[in-house]
Design a protein. Sequence first.
Length: 278
Amino acid sequence: MVGNNYIFVISFLIISCTTQADPFKWVDTIPDPWLLSEKEFEFYLPQFHERFPNYHDRLKALNLWRVGTPYGLFCLGEESGIDTDPLIRADSSDCTVHVLSTLAFAESFSWQNARDVMVDIHYKMDENGKKTPTYLSRWHYTSDRLLHHDRTVDITSSVAHENDLEKVQIVLNKKQDGSEFLNLNWSSEETIYFIPSEKINENILLKLPQVCGVAFVKREYFKLGIVIAHEGYLIDQTILIHASSEFGQTVNMDFLNYLTSNEKPRFNGVIFYRINPS
């Protein structure tokens, strides 16, 4: 009995010392979030605020906690109408779901609070200034969100020299034949700047905030009225945390290594964006 108590005390001291030296190690000591019920999940939300009062530190901690979340494509909806998937969830994620739900959790103290924040983040305002979650009011295009949403703001032009930028003029949601890619009765003519993948280097990364968003451009999608094929979080200017269909889960990896696959760029370019609290 004494031996067991001794082992428990030593283990507790090791965990305490480790989390004091690196506060982000704390997330390794709590249950995996994708296994928790909503009630269990919200038990930890106030603790993230207490341990990480700085907003971007909290975003980083939540990102680290969610590594390992199973991948699921198009797994959010409005819980009614065209898309009956949940407004917010922690058990499954695709790339945009990871970005937006992590942002919502970073601002919330309860599950209901996170649902309300998700409506503010994921949906556009109507003509009366109200945000109502419907399929048509959703921010369907990441590029549209980065240009026009005050929570995820494109900073690409401020971190790269103008000679290192490439420009695309495109009508979002409009295919080459003039038809809509998504049946939204909506399109938007935009000029979008991105940094070609081969021009991304450490000097550019050093200009970025501790935590920011990163979106990946594919030229072959332009003919569909789409610019961005993937997105995630860039942490400490080096680490990419993103929900990956390739790996089947949310993963933590070196950003520059991810940019290249089989000695070729995975994507044609990159857009960086700042994450703003409400």
